[in-house]
Design a protein around this ligand. Structure first.
Ligand SMILES: Nc1ncnc2c1ncn2[C@@H]1O[C@H](COP(=O)(O)OP(=O)(O)O)[C@@H](O)[C@H]1O
Ligand SMILES: [Mg+2]
Length: 259
């Protein structure tokens, strides 16, 4: 679905992404790991149109999408989760979902003048959809809770829920499990697996927790110093000497987590 060709993103003289090439297969849950500073988030930002590449190309289903703005990619079904913006924290979970741009068919002037009935109908549809999403994510009980009152993990679930209000094809998740307790992490993992299996979502996720990666991701791509170092199953990655080498000196090698 996504092909990245010799992508560079430099900051001044610093090569945050330094000639990375990779592919994300349709229907996969592809993991992206690597030591801190490897360029993972920068790569995501370039793919999602948040940052312009210095050079290189990004293709989606064969179409050159290099440098397209996020909203254009959003309409193509390429989504990146965002933290719930501060100004939405006083809105309820349900309202947050109903506000997702693109979920509404749009309040054109025509609709505003002649389509009041249609808008009411659409609101009811949106409400139903939001409730279905909350149900899917097992957070129905939080529907009238203000987003600002949610725990870190519940916020992550709501962020994931926002992608379900539109027709997503591929969703990029940057450390969705960071700071989330085990129970909620499992709920998030279940939601990702179900979205993948039941709705055909493709995922690419940056994650530190190797147990979480191992449960969800195949293949796993390893980045180091702006380049793709290795790709394979979690078992292959863990046994790869170059990967182990890349984590040496980060102090993370012998711990549960890499990333
Ligand atoms: N806007 C920026 N300006 C300058 N340097 C940046 C910027 N964004 C990221 N970097 C640098 O690029 C490198 C890669 O960062 P990042 O993509 O966030 O890595 P990762 O997500 O793998 O930890 C880091 O050394 C970081 O300091
Ligand atoms: Mg990062």
């Amino acid at each position: 679905m996504i092909r990245v060709e010799t992508l560079h993103r430099h900051f001044g003289g610093f090569r945050a992404v330094d000639g990375a090439s990779l592919e994300i297969a349709t229907g996969s849950i592809t993991g992206l790991v690597g030591p801190n500073g490897a360029g993972k988030t920068t790569l995501f930002n370039v793919i999602a149109g948040v940052l312009e590449p210095t050079s290189g190309k990004v293709f989606m289903d064969g179409e050159d999408i290099t440098g397209m703005p996020p909203h254009a990619l959003f309409h193509k079904g390429l989504l990146r989760t965002f933290q719930i913006a501060h100004e939405f924290s006083s809105m309820t979970c349900r309202e947050n979902l109903m506000m997702v741009p693109g979920a509404q068919s749009g309040e054109t002037l025509w609709n505003a003048w002649f389509g009041r009935g249609r808008i009411a109908q659409e609101e009811a549809g949106l409400l139903k959809k939001a409730d279905e999403v909350l149900d899917f994510l097992t957070i129905s009980h939080l529907k009238d809770e203000k987003a600002g009152n949610l725990s870190g993990g519940q916020k992550k679930l709501l962020e994931l829920g926002r992608t379900m209000m539109v027709d997503a094809k591929i969703v990029f998740l940057d450390e969705v499990g960071a700071g989330v307790n085990r129970t909620l992490l499992n709920t998030i993992g279940d939601a990702i697996l179900r979205l993948n299996q039941e709705r055909g979502y493709t995922f690419c996720m940056i994650e530190h927790d190797m147990e979480f990666i191992g449960r969800l991701c195949d293949p796993v791509i390893v980045m180091a110093e702006g380049k793709v170092l290795a790709e394979g199953s979690i078992a292959q990655i863990k046994a790869n000497d170059a990967v182990i080498e890349a984590y040496l000196g980060t102090g993370l090698k012998n711990k549960e987590t890499v990333g």
